[in-house]
Write a protein that binds this ligand. Structure first.
Ligand code: ITT
Ligand code: NA
Length: 186
């Protein structure tokens, strides 16, 4: 039975799919609308959306909620990343950081996975720096301005496989599916 990934974002599906498959799970995108509450905690956002979808679909569901937390901006845009990306965008963030030397930022990823009788929630992060200029056409969102620790490339310059070696989402999805697989064994 497939797991329904409640997301409007195809990139997220493409990133998560190979990781789930490694553990023997198939995920497919669902067009059920992600029910997004407003909360400062992305794990709460993911959990609520997963419960909402599960209660309606009554099938295995996966929700992932992510955000970019910039140190010098006290964690902004964080849980507002989607709105900030759509409004001021990458240009706006770079403008806000024009005279800021401390470029440190972390992407956080919260996963809520409901697969009866199990419910798994995971929070992971990847830290790095905000680049001075956007680089690369791959990925989505803030990928062109984020350079993860351990690389010189932005996420925007990486293939899915390479981004998955570093990303917050790869870490959270990996942990969620390895945990699920473990539960099935026991
Ligand atoms: P959903 O339908 O799954 O909610 P979304 O694209 O709206 O997809 P989120 O709400 O989880 O995703 O993420 C909020 C924003 O944070 C998103 O629009 C991007 O701008 C940014 N973001 C999240 N993960 C990212 C990543 O891996 N790379 C670049 N930007 C990311
Ligand atoms: Na969203």
């Amino acid at each position: 039975e497939p797991i329904y990934f409640i997301t409007g974002n195809k990139h997220k599906l493409l990133e998560a799919k190979p990781i789930a498959e490694k553990y023997g799970f198939i995920i497919v995108q669902s067009n059920y609308p992600k029910h997004e509450i407003q909360d400062s905690n992305i794990l709460n956002i993911a959990r609520h959306a997963a419960l909402n979808a599960y209660m309606n679909l009554k099938k295995p569901v996966l929700v992932e909620d992510a955000g970019l937390f910039i140190d010098a901006l006290k964690g902004f845009p964080g849980p507002y990343s989607s709105y900030v990306f759509k409004t001021i965008g990458i240009t706006g963030i770079l403008k806000l950081m024009e005279n800021i030397v401390d470029r440190k930022a972390c992407f956080k990823s919260a996963v809520a996975l409901i697969y009866e009788p199990f419910i798994i929630s995971v929070l992971e992060k990847t830290c790095g720096i905000i680049s001075r200029e956007p680089r690369g056409e791959q990925g989505f969102g803030f990928d062109p301005i984020f350079i993860p620790e351990g690389s010189n490339k932005t996420f925007g310059e990486m293939s899915i496989d390479e981004k998955n070696k570093y990303s917050h989402r790869a870490r959270s999805v990996e942990k969620a599916f390895s945990t699920l697989k473990q539960y099935f064994k026991n």
